[in-house]
Design a binder for this molecule. Structure first.
Ligand SMILES: Cc1cc2nc3c(=O)[nH]c(=O)nc-3n(C[C@H](O)[C@H](O)[C@H](O)COP(=O)(O)OP(=O)(O)OC[C@H]3O[C@@H](n4cnc5c(N)ncnc54)[C@H](O)[C@@H]3O)c2cc1C
Length: 325
């Protein structure tokens, strides 16, 4: 029986939603790697969830110290953490301490049927013991990398991309293990407090039409055209991708994506947005998607109903000026 260990994520003492997604991905992985073992034969669950309670969630040094000992004790085949700010802060240092395999930002897992083509020169022979393949997007979502473990008997730590696995009811028992602060022995980072952002209530969740700007609008001044485009429609709101918020071009409450608002308007117009998985996770349920991008291979076009390959700034300017006339 191979164990998959999920590290539950906490935010302000509450379990973060990514934890349910990690459990869903753990169940998929377990079904693949334990397929030879019939469930009826097994009395114990192969998916375990470790809850590190009593530590502040941002102290990654303490997290790592607390987790190393419990992981070594349980000796799981896979350890799953979120590809979130907290997970990223902890996972890679943890993998280094455990000297285990590490794959980041995983968005899909499939069974390795041995016939999967890995290109010339790759090992694809009878000695290939890997029974599972991992996917992660690269080049801003334009390509998927398929990753095979060369040493599948070694422990592997994965960070899982939020929004990739739908949370689902577990049909097996989940064992919770609780650790307390005394398990940690490193205090290199002092925790003070979490400062909540000053947010205005977003109009995004009520808007029927959302016009969102990305880095492709090139200049902060061009946000005026995005606002004028949105004003052409009643019941509209303006959103943006995270870089625009990070650059201070828009307030945080206008950010669409996994770490911003998750929206599902009737119409979503993406202007100069590449279509990273983190942005897509926030708008993929929109009923109709129009995208404007000068790159014909932009990932956002993969889920768009209308794809406009144009310079976004010129296109929006002439559209707005014509519409306003
Ligand atoms: C943990 C984590 C959480 C994140 N959360 C979010 C989130 O919630 N929301 C979010 O949006 N991102 C989020 N990100 C960031 C995300 O990974 C991407 O970096 C971001 O979405 C890219 O924004 P963008 O598409 O505006 O910029 P880019 O990826 O730089 O794309 C710009 C696009 O504009 C096009 N372009 C350039 N010039 C023009 C032009 N003149 N005319 C037309 N097209 C043009 C380019 O071809 C390109 O496709 C997160 C990242 C991490 C690691």
């Amino acid at each position: 029986m191979k164990t998959v260990l999920v590290v539950a994520e906490y935010l302000n003492d509450k379990i973060a939603p990514i934890t349910d997604e990690l459990i869903a991905s753990a169940l998929e992985i377990s079904a693949i790697i334990n397929k030879e073992i019939k469930y009826a034969e097994s009395k114990t669950s192969e998916v375990k969830v470790v809850h590190v309670k009593g530590l502040n969630t941002l102290a990654s040094e303490q997290y790592k110290s607390a987790l190393v000992s419990i992981i070594q004790e349980l000796n799981p085949s896979f350890i799953l953490m979120g590809h979130t700010s907290q997970g990223i802060d902890t996972a890679f240092g943890l993998a280094a301490r455990l000297r285990c395999n590490c794959i980041s930002s995983v968005n899909k897992v499939i069974e390795h049927k041995k016939k999967y083509l890995f290109g010339q020169g790759s090992k694809n022979d009878d000695n290939d013991k890997s029974d599972i393949l991992f996917f992660r997007s690269i080049f801003k979502g334009k390509l998927n990398a398929v990753i095979k473990l060369e040493n599948p008997d070694k422990m592997t730590l994965l960070t899982v991309q939020p929004g990739s696995f739908a949370p689902k009811e577990a049909d097996i028992d989940i064992i919770e293990i609780t650790l307390y602060a005394s398990a940690a022995n490193s205090h290199q980072i002092e925790y003070e407090n979490i400062i909540e952002p000053q947010t205005k209530k977003s109009k995004l969740d009520q808007a029927k039409i959302i016009v969102s700007a990305g880095r492709g609008i090139e200049d902060q001044e061009n946000i005026a055209y995005i606002e004028r485009l949105a004003a052409c429609f009643t019941g509209s709101a303006v959103g943006g991708s995270r870089p625009l918020i990070d650059m201070g071009w828009m307030p945080y409450h206008q950010q669409v994506g996994i770490t911003g608002a998750v929206v599902s308007p009737e119409l979503y117009i993406a202007v100069g947005i590449s279509g990273s998985s983190q942005h897509i996770a926030g708008m993929k349920d929109s009923k109709f998607i129009v995208s404007i991008n000068k790159d014909p291979n932009a990932a956002v076009f993969n889920l768009s109903d209308v794809c406009i390959v144009e310079d976004a700034v010129n296109f929006i300017k002439s559209y707005v000026e014509t519409a306003e006339e």
